[in-house]
Design a protein around this ligand. Structure first.
Ligand SMILES: *[C@@H]1O[C@H](CO)[C@@H](O)[C@H](O)[C@H]1NC(C)=O
Ligand SMILES: *[C@@H]1O[C@H](CO)[C@@H](O)[C@H](O)[C@H]1NC(C)=O
Ligand SMILES: *[C@@H]1O[C@H](CO)[C@@H](O)[C@H](O)[C@H]1NC(C)=O
Ligand SMILES: *[C@@H]1O[C@H](CO)[C@@H](O)[C@H](O)[C@H]1NC(C)=O
Length: 314
C-alpha cells in the first residue's frame, strides 16, 4: 500500500508547485492579450509611424501602454525609437507581414504582480515590447510576431531608476514570452540590450531587506520592497507557497527514502529466507541426518558435484 500512496502524494505536491509557476506565466500572457486589445483601440485612423498612447482599463491603473504602426520594410531599414526602446536597423519579424504594430507596456506598480521574481527587487518597472500583425486593427487575442534583431541589439534606456543599494550590482532581466527568465549586464548605468522581444526590467538581488524609499518596510522584513509595494503581497503569498511546497516535498522525499530503505531490507530478507528455504528443501532431498539435536544435510561430500552446484546457485 504505502509506497504508492506516498509516491502519489509526492507527485501531487511536485505538480502543484509547477502549476503555481505556470499560473503566473499565464496571468502575464492574459495581460499581454488584454493590453494588445487596449493598445489597438488607440488606433483611430492611425498614421504610420506615430506613437499613440492607449487608455488602460481602470482595474489596471498604474500601467501605461502605447502602440505604433509601421511598415515592416521601414522598420528593417530605418529602425525606430519608441519610448524607452531604441530599435536599430535590421529587425525582422517572423512570419513576414507588410505592416506591424509594436505594443509598448509599462507595468509600473503592477510589475511585481505579473512578474514576481524571487530574491530580487525591481529598480525600474517592467517594460514590454511586443509585435503584432497590423492587418486587422480591431483584432483580439492576436498571436505575437517573433521579432529579432540581427546585427545590433535593441536597447532599452530606463529612466528614473531607484537608487542602487550599496554594494549591489544591478542586472537586466528579460522575461521571454514562454516565461523563461534571463539575466544580463546593465550597460552605461541604465541600458539593457536584447535581440528578442519580451519584458524587461532592472533588478538587484535582495539578500537582506532593502531599505525602500517608497513607503515603510512591511512587518516581517520581506526582502522584496520594490517600487511596487502592493504587488509584493502576491509575491509574499507565492513565497509562502513555495516554502510550504518545498518543506512538504522534502518531507515526502524523506518518507519515500525511508520506505525505499525498508523495502530494500525487506526484499533482501525475503531473498535470504527464500534461499534458506530452498537450501532446506535441498537439504531434505539430501536426507537430513541428526547431528546432536539439529538437522543437517548428510551428504556434505557430494556438494562439489556439478549438477547439484548449478541447482544450488539460481
Ligand atoms: C480588467 O478589466 C477588463 C475590462 O473591464 C477585463 O477584461 C479584465 O479581465 C480585467 N483584468 C483583471 C486583471 O482583472
Ligand atoms: C517558446 O516555445 C516555443 C515552443 O515551445 C518555441 O517555438 C518558441 O520559439 C519559444 N519562444 C521564445 C520566445 O522562446
Ligand atoms: C537566455 O540565455 C541563454 C544562455 O545564456 C541563451 O541561450 C538564450 O538564448 C537566452 N534567451 C533569451 C530569450 O535571450
Ligand atoms: C497601482 O497604483 C494605482 C494608483 O496609482 C492603484 O489604483 C493600483 O491599485 C496600484 N496597483 C497595485 C498592484 O498596487
Amino acid at each position: 500500500m504505502n509506497f504508492h500512496v506516498v509516491l502519489s502524494i509526492w507527485l501531487f505536491i511536485f505538480l502543484t508547485s509547477i502549476t503555481a509557476q505556470s499560473q503566473t506565466t499565464s496571468d502575464a500572457r492574459a495581460l499581454d492579450a488584454l493590453l494588445q486589445d487596449y493598445a489597438f483601440r488607440a488606433f483611430v485612423r492611425p498614421r504610420t509611424g506615430v506613437v499613440y498612447d492607449g487608455v488602460v482599463p481602470s482595474n489596471l491603473t498604474g500601467t501605461r501602454i502605447s502602440g505604433v504602426r509601421l511598415r515592416s520594410g521601414s522598420l528593417r531599414t530605418r529602425g525606430v525609437t519608441f519610448n524607452e526602446y531604441e530599435i536599430p536597423t535590421g529587425v525582422v519579424e517572423q512570419p513576414y507581414v507588410e505592416r506591424l504594430v509594436l505594443v509598448y507596456q509599462n507595468l509600473g506598480n503592477w510589475s511585481m504582480t505579473y512578474y514576481p521574481l524571487q530574491g530580487y527587487s525591481y529598480l525600474a518597472p517592467v517594460l514590454g515590447l511586443l509585435a503584432y500583425d497590423a492587418t486587422d486593427l480591431s483584432a483580439q487575442n492576436l498571436p505575437e510576431l517573433d521579432i529579432r534583431a540581427s546585427d545590433q541589439p535593441i536597447s532599452i534606456r530606463f529612466s528614473n531608476l531607484r537608487s542602487i543599494p550599496d554594494g549591489l550590482v544591478p542586472q537586466c532581466v528579460l522575461f521571454d514570452l514562454n516565461g523563461s527568465v534571463n539575466f544580463s549586464n546593465v550597460v552605461s548605468g541604465n541600458i539593457c540590450t536584447t535581440f528578442r522581444q519580451g519584458h524587461f526590467a532592472i533588478v538587484v538581488e535582495s539578500i537582506a531587506p532593502v531599505p525602500s524609499p517608497v513607503g515603510p518596510p512591511r512587518p516581517g522584513g520581506a526582502p522584496s520592497e520594490g517600487p511596487v509595494p502592493s504587488g509584493a503581497r502576491h509575491n509574499n503569498r507565492s513565497r509562502v507557497w513555495i516554502i510550504v511546497g518545498s518543506v512538504l516535498g522534502g518531507l515526502a522525499l524523506l518518507v519515500l527514502l525511508g520506505l525505499l530503505v525498508l523495502w530494500v531490507r525487506k526484499y533482501r530478507h525475503r531473498k535470504k529466507m527464500e534461499k534458506m528455504e530452498r537450501a532446506a528443501e535441498f537439504g531434505e532431498a539430501l536426507h537430513m541426518t541428526s547431528v546432536g539435536n539439529t538437522k543437517a544435510p548428510a551428504a556434505m561430500g557430494t556438494r562439489t558435484q556439478p549438477t547439484l552446484e548449478t541447482e544450488y546457485v539460481p
